[in-house]
Design a protein around this ligand. Structure first.
Ligand code: C5P
Length: 672
């Protein structure tokens, strides 16, 4: 997961491969609540692990429910209608799928409960649900603004519930109100309970998910059109034992769109492969699967099986669309980005619910699309997007409004024909439903050029510290090329070889097939952790000697280049800018006086309890610099286009800021 303040997506050009998507949020949170209400144990397979499901799980644990996670399964010990506590204060983040159903369930289960969330949750309406429950005989107070969380739920008198009169609820603001009632009312169904929907019910497919899952838990709701629902008397939640959560169809929309927008990447054998999505397909019970129809209408070439989808580019440019998107409110945001690549203006209608989601999504999408250069028109319940022709795209920092879907759908703007990078602010917000979204995206896309920042310089100049920190701030990968030479030196000694030209071919062979891996900051040689062993002064000297052998350098070259992966790389060493990544857009040559460097190394070693002398160290590092600078291949020297940074009198923070400032200059983003 990327927790950096921003994530820069370099221009992307192609996509191919297979993605396995995380579980559906809508199904996960409904299943969790139903499993908690049921008697018996439910084993949930492939549950989504995200902010919203964690919020629900935490709440259930607080209510006395037993939860055990075990690899890919989650076991829920149902409460069987009996809460383990009489009161609780539940914090529900920004999870509407937890707030609404828990309000209804707790109002009927009995007890004193405070339900709150993040500030945005306190702006998301819940009045229609509270009204419906209050009419029914539940007692709920608003602790802040009337009509919005936070709420205080009081114990209920089951004898006083108005079982004879239909419960009326509005259906035109959020379908989650009706879902909440459908999920919770079986608690009180000593008689038939009738729910009547007022106004045109929106997002009907989400109600279908609810009905479908209720049936899996033994409750068969009678439905008359979309206006009237009857929960039969004597309904009881029964655990189905095992239940599988299908992959999230809304999350699939980004990858379907990716297939439709990107050209396919050819495999090494020249075969062009589509983008394949596994875990959700034609048999899905999720409404957002109908995004497939909308994407096809725009020209996407999509094939499907029961639980898989494959998407390729069909029509190009995409075809403009005019769509009532009420049935796919979440996935329709993805269409708004596809519209940038269409042959005319696209209109998404009947999407007023966008205004009461994680953020006001109509305004959010319009603002950010305009930053990219697009012309956008909006109204209370529609958005119209004009396509962006080549040369019209602008580099933009996309504000994401703590809304996972804004972050995910704008990543698709990185396929723009102008080869402009896209900056996604607060990329962590995808954790709401898809914590590894960007990693998954990077596993199937190809960039025009993956950016590399090179930090070269002499021994003990602080390259490692600086490079690690810069990589961390940008969410980039990190290559410590010196460690490759150090490990090679270590392996050489263990094999009884010496760093002489006579052993060059053997050492190079060994280097080519080193069983080397970097795991959580540790350097592993096969199963052995050699992190400390390669840091000794003797290992540094050996590294310097083997690195002077041309065949060894050649042998390690491909391995070093393989670190150039999305979203970017910070590489430190001696020849990163001159030999390994000569086209890197930013090269730093880091220096400090020999006296400063010797002193830093001295402090480092003393703090580790290794005895040494300042003079000895200085002599050693000067000898190492002399060899590194005078060797015939890849001698230590600044690349012609490197920026020199003398950090003798700079703090680490100052050096990092300087490098990031230079990096910013090479980037096109203007803060909007
Ligand atoms: O950076 P570090 O001190 O770990 O590097 C150990 C030795 O490896 C250096 O003294 C240098 O001789 C060699 N090296 C190199 N090229 C690199 C990185 C390190 O020659 N890119």
């Amino acid at each position: 997961m990327f927790s950096t303040p921003f994530l820069d997506l370099p221009p992307l050009v192609a996509a191919a491969g297979t993605v396995q998507l995380p579980g559906s949020k809508s199904i996960s949170n409904r299943v969790l609540l139903l499993a908690a209400l049921a008697s018996g144990t439910t084993t949930v397979h492939d549950l989504l692990d995200s902010d919203d499901t964690r919020v629900m799980l935490d709440a259930l644990v607080q209510l006395g429910c037993g939860v055990r996670r075990d690899g890919g399964t989650t076991r829920i010990e149902g409460l069987g209608g009996q809460l383990g506590v009489a009161s609780a204060a539940l914090f529900l983040g920004n999870a509407g799928t937890a707030m609404r159903p828990l309000t209804a369930a707790l109002a009927l289960l009995g007890g004193e409960f405070e339900l709150s969330g993040v500030p945005r949750m306190h702006e998301r309406p819940i009045g229609d649900l509270v009204d419906a429950l209050t009419q029914f005989g539940c007692r709920i107070d608003y602790l802040g603004n009337p009509g919005f969380p936070p709420l205080l739920i009081h114990p209920v008198d089951h004898g006083a519930l108005a079982l004879d009169t239909p419960i009326r609820v509005r259906g035109d603001v959020s379908s989650q109100f009706l879902t909440a009632l459908l999920l919770a009312l079986p608690i009180a169904a000593t008689r038939d309970i009738v729910i009547e929907v007022m106004g045109e019910l929106i997002s009907k497919p989400y109600i279908e998910i609810t009905l479908n899952l209720l049936a899996r838990f033994g409750i068969v709701v009678r439905r008359d059109g979309w206006e009237r629902f009857t929960i039969p008397a004597g309904s009881r939640y029964r655990s189905p034992g095992d239940i599988h959560v299908e992959a999230d169809a809304s999350s699939a929309s980004y990858f379907i769109a990716l297939g439709a927008i990107a050209t396919s990447a050819a495999t090494p054998s020249g075969v062009v492969t589509p983008l394949r999505i596994e875990g959700v397909g034609a048999d899905s019970i999720q409404g957002d699967i109908r995004f497939v129809e909308a994407a096809r209408q725009m020209g996407a070439d999509i094939t499907s099986g029961a639980n898989w989808l494959e998407a390729r580019r069909g029509a190009w440019p995409l075809k403009a669309i005019d769509l009532d998107a009420n049935h796919i409110p979440d996935a329709a945001m993805t269409l708004a980005i596809m519209a940038l690549y269409a042959d005319g203006p696209s209109t998404l209608r009947n999407i007023a619910s966008w205004r009461v989601k994680e953020t006001d999504r109509i305004d959010a999408m319009a603002n950010e699309l305009q930053k990219l250069g697009a012309t956008v028109e909006t109204g209370p319940d529609f958005i119209r997007i004009h396509p962006l022709p080549p040369s019209a795209w602008r580099a933009a920092s996309i504000h994401t409004y703590d809304d996972h879907r804004v972050a995910m759908c704008f990543s698709l703007a990185a396929f723009n024909p102008d080869r402009i990078a896209v900056r996604i602010l607060d990329p962590r917000c995808v954790a709401k439903t898809f914590p590894d979204y960007f990693e998954t995206l990077f596993s199937v896309v190809r960039a025009a050029e993956v950016p590399v920042i090179c930090i070269d310089g002499p021994t003990a100049s602080g390259k490692g510290t600086l490079a690690v920190e810069v990589a961390y701030r940008l969410g980039y990968h990190y290559l410590d090329s010196g460690s490759l030479y150090r490990v090679t030196g270590l392996a050489m000694r263990r094999n009884g070889l010496t760093p002489e030209p006579s052993c060059e071919a053997q050492i190079a062979d060994m280097a080519r097939s080193l069983p080397l891996s970097f795991i959580e900051g540790k350097v592993m040689l096969a199963e052995e952790d050699v992190t400390d062993a390669i840091r000794s002064e003797a290992a540094g000297m050996d590294a310097s000697r083997v690195s002077a052998l041309p065949a060894v350098r050649e042998a390690l070259s491909a391995l070093q280049k393989s670190f150039q992966r999305l979203p970017g790389l910070v590489a430190d060493g001696r020849d990163m800018g001159t030999v390994i990544f000569p086209d890197a857009p930013l090269k730093i040559y880091l220096t400090a006086s020999a006296a400063h460097r010797a002193e830093r190394r001295y402090k480092q070693l003393i703090s580790k309890g290794i005895s040494t002398t300042l003079d000895g160290l200085r002599a050693d590092l000067e000898a190492r610099d002399a060899r590194d600078s005078s060797r015939s291949v890849a001698p230590l020297k600044p690349a012609q286009d490197a920026r020199r940074l003398d950090n003798s009198s700079l703090s680490i923070e100052q050096s990092v800021d300087q490098v990031l400032a230079w990096w910013q200059q090479t980037q096109p983003f203007k803060e909007a």
